[in-house]
Design a binder for this molecule. Structure first.
Ligand SMILES: CC(C)(COP(=O)(O)OP(=O)(O)OC[C@H]1O[C@@H](n2cnc3c(N)ncnc32)[C@H](O)[C@@H]1OP(=O)(O)O)[C@@H](O)C(=O)NCCC(=O)NCCS
Length: 393
């Protein structure tokens, strides 16, 4: 068995057969090799690794070059995707071999955190990943936004094609990357594919500054307006986009828009009927998972006060004893020397870092053992704060 990093152009011969069989209906015309080949250029900055036997690829995976904000610090992020193995080669540890090499290579090239969308979380938990919230879908009839239809707001929305709105949309994403915990973006090479998407782009501006954006499409006259993430910098941006969607009242029956776990659509209006749903159902509706790849890189993360020594056993990338000191609003991470007051799996530590579990929950979930003396400092250093990854991959 040979594990080999391949170039983007080699993806068609090696990864396409594995991916099309794993992720598309078959046998059917859905798998289109020529279309896959045309997309290879968007994966030039990705790390793609295959496991080969006698020259045939039996397992594959890729790490996309992305960036992510974790508690105020922007990291290079390994976005794991395209993981598949040949059915007759499954359960032989080939994907384990691919994933371990991918994470190591991504770390060597500067990625300090990683994220993915699992087909089954328990599989990726073996590799140190832990769950974070899935986006919500808010569904409502546009009549519910009638209070906004005639409102005079301090800005305007322009409807553009994706191609024309793409740069402003990307610009807003870069801004939110710097501001929003958990937010992740693709690099330019991977993002370029979306420029050709057949979607409208609603751009909200105040005095020329972009304060909101959402791509969307209309399914039919009398049908649905399906919008992607409601990206906004402030309540004015959100009100502008909602007003724009509400003005489709005589055109569509329903609006469906993606929102984060800390959005509360029922507060968007009085007498506003809305259903907000986060459907998690493997393998096709999964919540994202994350893990840390480099402990020293966490120095500088926004943190509360506290001083605690922890141990992460059995991990090639972040295993060891670490001293975590939160002081003056910032975290410092150094190699620890004293006795650890908590033993955490990578997933347990990542859950604290990303703000999704508190130290007691980490213990209850079997992700670590936290002495009473460590509960206070860990809670203080890593207060609960829900991340919103936004990107899909
Ligand atoms: C999921 C898939 C990639 C697993 O590949 P594989 O080659 O069988 O995986 P491995 O043999 O390397 O298994 C790695 C580890 O996960 C475990 N594992 C395998 N399948 C699992 C499952 N369904 N649930 C939980 N753990 C699982 C193995 O026991 C092994 O554990 P260990 O190394 O700690 O002993 C493969 O079944 C596949 O291609 N499925 C269809 C496509 C897909 O779902 N891809 C994932 C997209 S996110």
């Amino acid at each position: 068995m040979e594990f080999r990093r391949i170039s983007a152009t080699e993806r068609t011969a090696t990864m396409y057969p594995l991916q099309s069989y794993a992720f598309l209906g078959s046998p059917s015309p859905e798998g289109d090799e020529a279309a896959y080949e045309r997309r290879n250029g968007f994966f030039e900055t990705a790390i793609s690794i295959v496991a080969e036997e006698d020259g045939t690829a039996l397992a594959c995976g890729a790490s996309l070059s992305m960036r992510q904000n974790v508690r105020g610090k922007v990291h290079d992020m390994a976005g794991i995707a395209s993981v598949a193995s040949h059915p007759s080669a499954r359960r032989r540890g080939l994907v384990r071999g691919v994933l371990e090499r991918l994470l190591r290579q991504a770390r060597d090239e500067g990625a300090t955190v990683s994220a993915l969308y699992p087909f089954r979380p328990s599989f990726y938990a073996r590799f140190g990943f832990v769950g974070i919230p899935r986006h919500r879908i808010a569904q409502f009839a546009p009549e519910g936004l009638s209070h906004l239809t005639r409102a005079v707001l301090p800005g305007a929305v322009e409807r553009l094609t994706m191609r024309d709105g793409f740069d402003e949309w990307q610009g807003l994403q870069q801004r939110l990357l710097g501001e929003r915990h958990g937010f992740a973006v693709f690099d330019e090479t991977r993002a370029a594919e979306f420029r050709e998407d057949k979607r409208w782009m609603a751009i909200a501006r105040v005095d020329g500054e972009v304060v909101g954006a959402a791509s969307y499409r209309v399914t039919a006259y009398g049908g649905e307006l399906l919008a992607s993430n409601l990206l906004t910098t402030d309540p004015v941006g959100r009100a502008l986009l909602l007003q724009f969607f509400g003005r489709h009242v005589d055109q569509v029956a329903r609006v469906r828009v993606r929102v984060s776990s800390d959005d509360v659509p029922e507060l968007w209006g009085t007498d506003f009927s809305v259903t907000t749903e986060a459907k998690v159902d493997q393998p096709s509706h999964s919540g994202p998972m994350v893990r840390v790849l480099d402990m020293a890189a966490l120095t500088g993360t926004a943190a509360g006060d506290g001083d605690v020594t922890i141990e992460i056993p059995d991990d090639d990338l972040v295993g060891g004893v670490w001293r975590l000191v939160g002081e003056g609003g910032r975290l410092t991470v150094t190699k620890g020397t004293g006795a650890p007051a908590a033993t955490l799996s990578v997933g347990g530590f990542s859950a604290l870092l990303y703000g999704v579990l508190d130290p007691v929950e980490v213990g209850l979930r079997g992700l670590g053992q936290v002495d009473k003396s460590a509960t206070g400092p860990l809670t203080s250093i890593f207060p609960r704060q829900m991340p919103y990854i936004c990107a899909d991959f």
